[in-house]
Design a protein around this ligand. Structure first.
Ligand SMILES: [Fe+2]
Ligand SMILES: [Fe+2]
Length: 338
């Protein structure tokens, strides 16, 4: 992760609280848009309970090639991410601080947690009833993940806010792609689409808060974005050891096109940078100017590399070359290898 030393010149906790205070009225407005646009849904109405009769008859059967390894890995990573909800809530509570215990920020955290809590419930029941994955493996992985309590951390409140924009959008895109891949399985399609639409609404909340944040605290938000957006890591890999078999599953997920570097740069980071108009921000500190340069140069450099891989694949018409891009999930290893 990039470091910008100037941010350590002030008391980070006080600065975080000050930033949240100045965005409180904006948060009220964005939160009320979120609440007014919500449509309640009930996981028990979506889970295919009728498939329980198979379990009753044959016991727990799984991995019977109902879905490809790539889809299975994507669902695994998404489910594990959902399972770790308690520790995301803990980290966010830290950013919000006791000072905001009775403010809109805490209201949002509670609402967000309640909405997220549905996701693991509905997905795990769907996966188990359909015998899509080994339930013992899933439970062991959940125990490992949740008892480790490892989640993305940071010092600046702007790291939390900008990281979550990117992560919620990545979730929305991946769930949507999984839904389409499950197309024939109507229940699976509806479940994944419903979760995707929740992630989309979370993304919009954070994106709109950040929009106001970039207007009021451009330097702090730019530094937060550079720290999280350059070499962005999915939650399972943030600590390097949070999720069992993360490398295998993330490679499969990328191979299936559910998430990869091209998608991250051109469907997640770049549109967010454009939406916030970061090229037009003024009155930046020298560190924030550097952060902005770093973000743009990261996007350019990565896109050039992606083009190079795509050209090579086209020229050689080689399957291994064309799949190379999909294997790439992290830029540093990509540049180091080349
Ligand atoms: Fe979720
Ligand atoms: Fe979400």
């Amino acid at each position: 992760m990039k470091k910008y030393n100037q941010i350590f010149d002030f008391d980070i906790h006080d600065k975080n609280i000050e930033i949240l205070k100045t965005l409180e009225e904006d948060a009220k407005e964005v939160f009320s848009n979120h609440i007014n646009s919500r449509k309640d849904w009930y996981p028990h109405e979506m889970i295919p309970w009728n498939r329980y009769s198979n379990i009753e008859k044959y016991g727990f059967e799984y991995n019977k090639e109902k879905i490809s390894e790539n889809i299975s890995s994507a669902i695994y990573l998404l489910l594990m991410t959902e399972d770790n909800l308690p520790w995301y809530a803990r980290t966010i509570t830290g950013f919000i601080g006791p000072e905001n215990r009775y403010t809109i920020w805490n209201d949002w955290l509670q609402q967000w947690t309640a909405e997220e809590d549905r996701h693991s419930f509905v997905i795990r029941n769907y996966v188990t009833l359909n015998g899509l994955m080994d339930p013992f493996y899933l439970e062991d992985a959940r125990m490992h993940q949740v008892s480790s309590g490892l989640v993305p951390e940071g010092d600046l409140v702007t790291q939390w806010l900008t990281y979550t924009v990117l992560q919620e959008l990545a979730g929305r895109i991946s769930y949507r792609k999984v839904a389409l891949a499950l197309g024939d399985d109507t229940e699976g399609y509806h479940i994944m689409s419903k979760v995707a639409s929740d992630e989309n609404r979370h993304f919009i909340f954070y994106r709109d808060i950040c929009k106001k944040g970039f207007e009021k605290h451009p330097s702090e938000f730019l530094i937060g974005l550079a720290m999280e957006g350059i070499d962005f890591q999915l939650p399972g890999n943030h600590s390097g050891q949070g999720m069992i078999d993360f490398d295998i599953h993330s490679r499969n997920m990328a191979n299936g096109g559910f998430y990869n570097l091209d998608l991250y740069i051109n469907e997640i980071l770049k549109p967010s940078v454009d939406f916030w108009k970061i090229d037009q921000l003024k009155d930046l500190t020298p560190e924030a100017e550097k952060a902005r340069e770093d973000i743009f140069s990261y996007i350019d450099k990565t896109n050039k590399f992606i083009e190079k891989i795509k050209d090579r694949a086209l020229r050689s018409n080689s399957r291994s070359d064309s799949s190379e891009l999909n294997k790439i999930t992290h830029l540093p290893s990509l540049f180091e290898d080349k």
